[in-house]
Write a protein that binds this ligand. Structure first.
Ligand code: GLU
Length: 471
């Protein structure tokens, strides 16, 4: 809470972080102001027919920065959607894309509805009408603005969007108007898991640096690290799954109905099954119930992954957080006030604009696939396999060492689409982490968020200067 007594809004939070970071760059105020503002804010209303008449739906699309085109970012369906939130999320998309070198400006959309209150045909009508409104104002297109899934949306909504867009614009590149589509509609393998997989790669990279782990009193590597995940949606579930497979012990899981804890570890798939059967994660055999879900953030663990909504770690609960590492799967889960407390307590915060950038990274691969009109790996797979096969045969002939059929099969495997997607994602997350960390040390930033922001601001400023807008 600032001196004037008003709570800081989400967009204000983003801009406070921006201002803090811009002090570590040398760009003029006017240029920084241009980077900070939202270029276009489109707010609109439309009616839908319900069982007892009509209902007016409120919706937004915000394009934060046009320094690179298209602009890119998800569409959120939630009762809490509001203009400040969409602006904050659009701005975060700009910085996120810059951090992982994805050549897009940032954008975000939102529809103020609780999707659980609508039937599937109603949701389809809302989504198609939303898309038509975007088309009308030139707020969607493969070279203009490309939506994707976010909180409350999935592949299903993206299929409706691409179908609506193509009905109005049946052009050759039209499929690139939206990402996160089902594979049968021009989507790419690995996109669904991408954000959670990226969270895993990012945490793994951070934990691999012995010097940083020593400062936290932790050993390097993921093995045995105790993790709490808040939110079991697409991001939280996949992050938990890959962390568990990578050697972590999932000790706590939280959803809106409550949280569960077991110091010996929870079997994620069993918890998911239990939740499907009983409609709740509570009362999971062997686990302790935590009825107040926000208490889960204060559980004893090494790594806390907030993977639901913004502003959940605040000045009020930050002093009680026991985790040594916070991996931000969600956008904006930590307020400025909370972060100051966490940093004072020596917590390592892996910031959202880096850690959850896996989604937009693989969206970029999907967009490239749509524009190239060819599945990645299609032309190289067999060639690679034949080359390796010949190499192994030559090696066997020269050395007399013979590989088993299994060994040969493993070694000659040429990359499929999903192999290339996951490998491109892994490389992106590793390279970006080391870039932010090195920037932090070189420039003397106090934390990784400030470093990520400052490095992103630098990249965006340079691209404005190259455009000749600020000679
Ligand atoms: N909604 C996701 C995010 O916040 C994905 C955006 C995209 O793929 O364009 O990063």
């Amino acid at each position: 809470m600032p001196a004037n007594g008003h709570p800081v809004s989400f967009f204000e939070n983003v801009n406070i972080n921006f201002d803090k970071a811009s002090r570590y760059t040398e760009h003029p105020k006017g240029l920084l102001d241009q980077i900070k503002v939202c270029n276009s804010v489109y707010q609109f209303q439309f009616p839908i027919q319900t069982d007892d008449g009509y209902e007016v739906i409120s919706a937004w699309r915000v394009e934060h920065s046009h320094h690179k085109l298209p602009t890119k970012g998800g569409i959120r369906y939630s009762e809490d959607v509001n203009e400040d939130e969409v602006k904050a999320l659009a701005a975060l998309m700009t910085y996120k894309c810059a951090v992982v070198d994805v050549p897009f400006g940032g954008a975000k959309g939102g529809i103020k509805i609780n999707p659980k209150r609508y039937s599937v045909p109603q949701l389809q009508r809302i989504t198609r009408r939303y898309t038509a409104e975007l088309i009308k104002k030139n707020f969607i297109g493969p070279g203009i603005d490309v939506p994707a899934p976010d909180y409350g949306t999935s592949e299903r909504e993206m299929a409706w969007i691409v179908d609506t867009y193509m009905a109005f614009n049946p052009s050759i590149d039209a499929q690139g108007c939206v990402t996160g589509k089902p594979v049968s509609q021009g989507g790419i393998r690995g996109r669904r898991e991408a954000t959670g997989r990226g969270v895993f790669f990012g945490i793994r990279e951070a934990c691999s640096i012995a010097e940083d782990m020593k400062k936290l009193g932790l050993t390097p590597g993921l093995e045995g690290k105790r993790v709490v995940v808040q939110g079991l949606g697409n991001v939280g579930y996949h992050a938990a799954k890959f962390l568990q497979e990578g050697g972590c012990v999932i000790v706590g899981l939280a959803e809106y109905e409550g949280a569960i804890y077991n110091a010996k570890g929870l079997d994620l798939e069993e918890v998911m099954k239990h939740r499907r059967e009983t409609r709740s994660i509570l009362n999971f055999p062997g686990a302790m119930n935590i009825p107040n879900t926000s208490d889960a953030l204060e559980l004893d663990c090494d790594i806390l992954v907030p993977a639901a909504l913004e502003s959940v770690i605040t000045g009020a609960n930050a002093p009680k957080i026991k985790a040594k590492i916070i991996g931000e799967g969600a956008n904006g889960p930590t307020t400025v006030e909370a972060e100051e407390i966490l940093l004072k307590n020596g917590v390592l915060v892996l910031p959202d604009m880096y850690l959850n950038a896996g989604g937009v990274t693989v969206s970029y691969f999907e967009w490239l696939k749509n524009l190239q009109h060819v599945r990645m790996g299609r032309m190289a797979k067999r060639f690679t396999e034949t080359s390796y096969d010949q190499l192994i045969s030559t090696f066997e002939k020269k050395t007399g060492v013979h590989l088993s059929a299994d060994e040969r099969k493993r070694l000659v495997h040429g990359p499929d689409e999903v192999d290339l997607v996951n490998s491109g994602l892994e490389d992106t997350m590793i390279v970006a982490y080391n870039e932010i960390r090195e920037f932090k040390h070189r420039v003397g930033c106090p934390d990784l968020r400030t470093a990520a922001f400052a490095s992103a601001i630098d990249k965006i400023a340079r691209s404005y200067l190259e455009l000749g807008i600020f000679p």
